[in-house]
Design a protein around this ligand. Structure first.
Ligand SMILES: *[C@@H]1O[C@H](CO)[C@@H](O)[C@H](O)[C@H]1NC(C)=O
Ligand SMILES: *[C@@H]1O[C@H](CO)[C@@H](O)[C@H](O)[C@H]1NC(C)=O
Ligand SMILES: *[C@@H]1O[C@H](CO)[C@@H](O)[C@H](O)[C@H]1NC(C)=O
Length: 182
């Protein structure tokens, strides 16, 4: 091998040494996301949700739980806003108005419960974090039941799918909290 070849080899090895740890880290972190999501009930939802947050690749398992809780909270708040917007068109229907208001409240409670879960996660109070997420997933049922008690009123068509996503996000969070060291 000539001296040019040796120089090339030396440069190549320096480059590998420089970048190799980083490469390992990146693939290791993506492995953590996959491994974490595999232990939840909704793998695809878990992966797509975590991929949507730029902080996920640098997060540990607890961090991934917190990112998922934040996504759930944004969903609950968005549903509450959607229901508030439906209130405008129901001005003449007092039952509809009453039920929608109750639903806005319930989704607000759901969002508050997820916020409380986030705080519990920060303090590593994983049992509390878990209970708050269960509550967050349960509040939408009260809204659904209000509509059931008044069969004249249709369940808002956009609500069902959004309610499902929120409940599934909560399920994913519970699966991740299960992985933490309680
Ligand atoms: C609700 O969660 C889904 C799934 O991660 C996400 O695609 C969507 O953007 C979220 N909605 C809001 C309002 O954050
Ligand atoms: C509500 O009732 C008022 C008066 O009866 C009517 O003018 C208005 O158009 C109604 N609004 C809706 C959204 O039905
Ligand atoms: C629900 O939460 C939103 C956003 O925090 C707030 O603006 C609204 O007043 C709340 N509604 C009720 C009925 O508590």
């Amino acid at each position: 091998m000539g001296s040019t070849g040796l120089l090339f080899l030396f440069l190549l090895m320096s480059l590998l040494q420089l970048f190799h740890p980083q490469l390992v880290l990146v693939s290791g972190d993506y492995d953590l996301i996959q491994k974490t999501c595999r232990s939840t009930k909704y793998y695809d939802l878990c992966i797509s949700s975590l991929k949507s947050d730029p902080n996920s690749p640098n997060a540990d398992t607890k961090g991934l739980a917190m990112i998922m809780v934040g996504i759930g909270e944004a969903n609950a708040t968005a549903i509450s806003s959607y229901l508030s917007s439906q209130l405008v068109g129901s001005a003449n229907d007092s039952s509809m108005k009453k039920i929608l208001k109750e639903c806005v409240n319930r989704y607000n409670y759901s969002s508050d419960a997820l916020q409380a879960s986030l705080q519990a996660l920060t303090m590593e109070a994983y049992d509390y974090a878990y209970v708050h997420v269960i509550a967050a997933a349960d509040y939408p049922n009260a809204c659904r039941n209000s509509f059931k008690r008044c069969p004249r009123l249709p369940y808002p068509p956009e609500l069902g799918p959004r309610e499902d996503v929120l409940k599934h996000l909560c399920d994913v969070v519970l699966g991740i909290i299960d992985l933490l060291d309680w």
